[in-house]
Design a binder for this molecule. Sequence first.
Ligand code: T4K
Length: 374
Amino acid sequence: MKPFDKPIYITRPLLPDLNEFQHELEEIWDSQWLTNNGPKHHQLEEEIRQVLKVPNISLFNNGTIALIVAINSLRVFGEVITTPFTFAATPHILSWNGITPIFCDIDNNTMNIDASKIEQMITPKTTAILGVHVFGNPCDVVKIQEVADRYGLKVIYDAAHAFNAQIDETGIGNFGDITMFSFHATKLFHTAEGGALTCQDVNLKQRFDLLKNFGIKNEEEVMLTGINGKMNEIQAALGLVNLRYMEAERNKRKKISETYKALLRGVEGITFSEIPNNIQPSYQYFVIRVNHQKFGRSRDDIYEQLKAYNVYSRKYFYPLCSDYACYKQLPSANPDNLPIANNVVKEVLCLPYYGNLEISAVEKICDIIKGLQN
Ligand code: T4K
């Protein structure tokens, strides 16, 4: 089999019709309003609020700043229990708020924080749980809330991968105290860079809006020690146009994941998450697990071999955050505390996944993988 002529990346951003985007830009030029809570920002905030089925939402310039504001707005301090199997931003935003991340092991199926292991990580310093709906698979939101209520802890969800995911038709942004979404270019819905916080409490939303604008209430009053977390009008315009293409992009990705599953199902040593019927998936990643012994080759072998064919899969989220130099000295980062995470991180491979990926390319990628077994 010949390598692909052009590199096949893990993802490619959804790029809408340029004329439509230009039309939005012309309106911005006419208004001469570029940022600071402009009309496009307003419109996008309301449109996304409806898509996500949440009562309150506040847009941000990226997901990381949104998470920093979320932590700050709940006045969380001390220790926060989180997962080691996530992107660097998750534990880093805790450190940036002077909080120690406490790593809890994950569930082998969902790859999310294991709710049944949270309780044993709680100390007098614990103030919150920061769960991640990794790859868009929802955390066990019911059990997490039970533990949080029992110990008076706040719950924050990092839903960077979970745009439009739903549990029993409830938008994923309705669980816990606050949920963060990322609208980075690599996300199904994006604004190039961007993000949002959702919450049930309208007072919290007002706090987000103050905090993301330096804490400024009006020309004469600065209420809080805020930051600059504002989404600008050009980002918002891109978001407005991209929203129109969301459903089409989701349908294309659905077909791609069905093709991957049909072709890889039954291959000894390769598995993928089956989404329960009550969950609406986010179609953000297509993830396989490689059992080295059963498949006969390691996950890293597949990753390297795909590269030789010009296919750039990703080992998200290797290494575990608990193995970063800045965290590995923490007692909770000890691999003995995280046996499942340490196994999962060796098995996971995210395959190329985006609407414009041709089905013939998916077929070829599956052939390459299957060919490695022989
Ligand atoms: N929490 C979680 C759980 C997250 O996963 C993330 C972000 C965050 C929080 C923070 O949210 P943000 O502050 O980012 O809103 C990417 C993204 O930069 C990052 O947003 C994302 N998670 C993470 C999982 O993936 P990298 O380092 O893998 O990106 P990069 O530059 O290697 O891009 C991957 C591939 O995508 C490239 O090989 C080609 C393609 N690509 C990328 C870009 C940026 C394009 O085709 N066009 C592009 O413009 O982090």
